[in-house]
Write a protein that binds this ligand. Structure first.
Ligand SMILES: C[S@@+](CC[C@H](N)C(=O)[O-])C[C@H]1O[C@@H](n2cnc3c(N)ncnc32)[C@H](O)[C@@H]1O
Length: 288
């Protein structure tokens, strides 16, 4: 489904005017590299909406406090970036990507190999060797081969995602093409609020979705965290683009904070249980 966009000119989501969706992605001088991992909530589909904000500001440092699967950074291809995610394993993998990781770890879409690699990955974590090259290569394999690209751990800190049962999985062994693109990028793994922003940074923030009607949000990102995020974004003097599910309370939160809102129809449905309503997402923009 093609995402579309609407924009709010005044308070209240009832008064939405349709704006034309960007026709296609503007042609890019550097072909963008694909995100190497499967990652929930990937925003590659938002690139046509983000480029108009970014293209006149490419001299700035791109900061993503929630970089996840790296879809946006790879799509915008900035010279300088600070990319952060609270998940340390994904960040360790990107640090190896930056070094042009080549992996000799056997990779096959095979259940017994998957569980043997999962065991080995957990042994490395338990031995304090989770930041090494072997752990990075295993993390990549487990992400591609495990169920839905999930990254879940049990109480003992062991990766416990089951085998994914895909028909076919393309694996990459040589990540050297990423080396040049990532050379000016710094990777960190903190809570977003600990990120040291510089005043001219271009911030693209894509937190876990606001999930209404549940006490605890997925990935432990609560309503208090959503509020903490808007307060942190308000302290920044440079351009900010925030992406989230357009729930009523998120729309109210960012409208009240004085952000300009653009509404997008996401290329996914509200639920996977038969409700065919397209999910509505919001870009909340500031200092642009
Ligand atoms: C929606 S995903 C980001 C997806 C990314 N924009 C992409 O296109 O692939 C949200 C990310 O926020 C991270 N996260 C959750 N809580 C966080 C926190 N308090 N600080 C920083 N990152 C956090 C999660 O690990 C997850 O990768």
């Amino acid at each position: 489904m093609k995402p579309s966009v609407t924009s709010s000119r005044r308070k209240g989501s009832a008064d939405l005017r349709d704006l034309p969706a960007p026709r296609t992605e503007p042609s890019m001088k550097v072909p963008s590299l694909r995100p190497p991992l499967k990652w929930a909530g990937g925003k590659r589909w938002q690139l046509p909406h983000l480029r108009p904000f970014w293209m006149t500001r490419t001299h700035r440092r791109l900061v993503e406090p929630f970089c996840g699967g790296l879809a946006v950074a790879l799509g915008l291809a900035p010279e300088r970036a600070l990319l952060n995610d609270i998940n340390p394993h994904v960040v360790d993998f990107y640090r190896w990507l930056k070094r042009g990781l080549k992996t000799a770890v056997p990779m096959k879409n095979d259940e017994s190999l998957f569980y043997s690699h999962r065991r080995r990955f957990n042994e490395l974590l338990a031995a304090g060797r989770g930041t090494g090259r072997e752990a990075a290569a295993l993390f990549y394999y487990l992400n591609r081969t495990g169920y839905n690209g999930l990254c879940r751990f049990n109480r003992r800190g062991e990766f416990n995602v089951p085998f994914g049962r895909y028909a076919r999985i393309p694996y990459t062994r040589d990540f050297s093409p990423y080396r040049r693109v990532l050379s000016g990028w710094e990777f960190t793994s903190h809570d977003f609020e600990d990120l040291p922003l510089e005043k001219g940074d271009f911030v693209y923030a894509d937190p876990p979705y606001d999930v209404e009607f549940t006490q605890y949000a997925k990935e432990g990102f609560s309503w208090d965290d959503q509020v903490r995020l808007v307060e942190w974004l308000l302290t920044h003097r440079g351009p900010v683009v925030l992406s989230n599910q357009a729930t009523e309370r998120i729309v109210r939160l960012y409208e009240t904070a004085g952000f300009r809102l653009l509404f997008l129809r996401a290329p996914r449905m509200i639920s996977c249980t038969g409700d065919r309503t397209p999910a509505r997402e919001v870009l909340a923009v500031r200092n642009i």
